[in-house]
Design a protein around this ligand. Sequence first.
Ligand code: BGC
Ligand code: CA
Length: 290
Amino acid sequence: MFKVHLPLQMALGECPLWDAERQRLYWIDIRAAQLHRFDPASEAHGVVALDESIGCIALHAEGGFVAALRSGLWRLDAHGRKLQRLAANPEDQATGRFNDGRCDGAGRLWAGTMDEAERTPCGHLYCYHAGRLVAMKANVTVSNGLAFSPDGRYLYHADSPRRVIERHRFDVASGELGPAERWISLDDCNLAGFPDGAAVDSAGHYWCALYAGGGVARFTPDGRLADLHRLPVPNPTMIAFGDRDLRTLYVTTARQGLEETALARAPLSGALFSMRVEVPGLEEPRYRET
Ligand code: BGC
Ligand code: CA
């Protein structure tokens, strides 16, 4: 059962990220351009305002973050201050922005883009490493659901409006990506909503937030629905495993797009939720230059 971890009212809470070294949870509010942190030991919650919208964050091996901001990929310090722009956003910043992303096991950053109107497939899934930003997948409307199998042999990715999660063979040593394979279809599983952010546990289960579907679905490594955990809000956005044993599942949620009546029915929209689980998650890989 999910419980309210912090009763926030985030417009678009996203990208929960557990820092195992500091034992802290980080996440963002894309629309409010904020970086949040929470220390479970002291229960202290902090928020930093950024000067532009942010799509995702990953930990940097040498401290701080790599972040996909509207203007491009940036290195941020531990307080969210810009240190250096790593790559410009190659797309139209007026209509699109970076969205979901994370690092692979070799320390490359993968981050996708989206059409903010969620209509045109003008986005891409990019891979950034050591000064090079390469488009690995085109024709994406809302890039989401990025994750890797624990053995690094598969990359998972969803273009949310299609309600399908694709799987690609992946070579973590070379960074090479195989063709897309249809892996999970929300239609076939009778699930409502859209595949949003995901996390893979140490047994290879793919946990996926169902945006507009009011729950988090867990899928087996062969793509079958294992269970569905409901939330009291319609828009969960992404998942992270955290705490010392990596057995607390944190979920961010969003208020955006909900009418007054929907908000009255789901007043906890925008909160951070958590739930204890049996199978631990995996430590999140950090961005590494070499
Ligand atoms: C995006 C939102 C979008 C949602 C559902 C999120 O990852 O950041 O802008 O509304 O997915 O498609
Ligand atoms: Ca997302």
